[in-house]
Design a protein. Sequence first.
Length: 397
Amino acid sequence: MKTLNRRDWLKRGTLTAASVVAAPYLSFGANADQPIKLDAQGNVPYTPFFKEYLPYEVDKPVELLAKLNANENPYGPSTKAIEAIAKNGVKGNRYAWRELFDLMDKIAVSEGEGITKENIMMGPGSSDLLEKTAMVFFQKGGNIVSADPAYMSLIKVAEASGATWKPIPLKKDWSHDLAAMEAAIDEDTKLVYICNPNNPTGSMTDHAELLDFCSRVSEKVPIFVDEAYLGFLEDADKKSMVSLVKEGKNVIIARTFSKIHGMAGLRVGYIVAPTETLGVISKITRGGMGISFPSIYAAMASMDDVEFQDKSRTLNKACREYVYESLDKMGFEYIPSSTSFIIFPIEMEGKAFLEKMTEQKVGVRAFDIMGKNWCRVSMGTMEEMKLFTAALEKVLV
Ligand code: PLP
């Protein structure tokens, strides 16, 4: 297995001067009148070391045989969730206030650790809550510390609200550099954002180290831990930061029904946090109002459908193994993934690569990380993964 260690790769690396120098930070933030800054090629420069090649224009219809560009779960929603939607659509004339509490109670029980619904805030997908948290925490500016590369949703809204981003490169094993992140905290730091497992790298940070970090550092500054992909881990590895909430630590944990539950289009997510922290966030925003009546019932039904979640996890793993094997055969290196996607370096400029893959009717994502082009592919069905490997071979091998 040709797995990728960042230090080895950097030694051989192709860190181009252009990528290190000019990339301006995404700065629609401090100045809300300014549109999102793109570079000369129309790509989104997040940091000098992390850039995303924008996929095909989203408003253009593109016919894909394998849509592997958004980390969606191809098996969902569960049949039980679909039945719940059909049954409860008729109640769509009502606000689902009480039903939302039922879902929150159910989630609280499933989280364990003495969590109650007072520790939970719901949202139409976790993006909504990532963004609301950013809007609330950065109303008066300040800075946010996170990994580089990281999942950008919360960070972009923080910047839009006037925050400065302090990106800290991941370590050579692609885990968070917790010591460097702690050192980066200053009196203006309003939030630390950690995505574990991380997107777009798929890599994990050790649970015990992260628990210690969150426990200590949350005494100084709140920590937001995004656990969107936790559901894909085997039970023994499925270790959350939720226990810290019960200890009263100032941590916010985000979860979503979009990934293991396969409900990305149904929009259900939540955060778990101390009641005081949720009080601050919900003072100026409302979470659960954005979730539809049928989606609430779909989420409850899906939680009960453990078989579906197990199936998603098993099939996702089988696809990962297949992609690893195929990449090995074609001579690609990759970062071992704990998620439903795999990222690996490619020898083609990202935009051209996206165009060529789209011509093959396969949708993926492309990034520039540390001056190297990368492809991120989501796990679809096995059939879709075979279309992906065939397309990759055509385009790059
Ligand atoms: N957090 C991470 C790390 C993600 O990768 C995603 C989606 O891809 C989200 C949050 C947002 O998911 P949703 O808004 O669908 O809950």
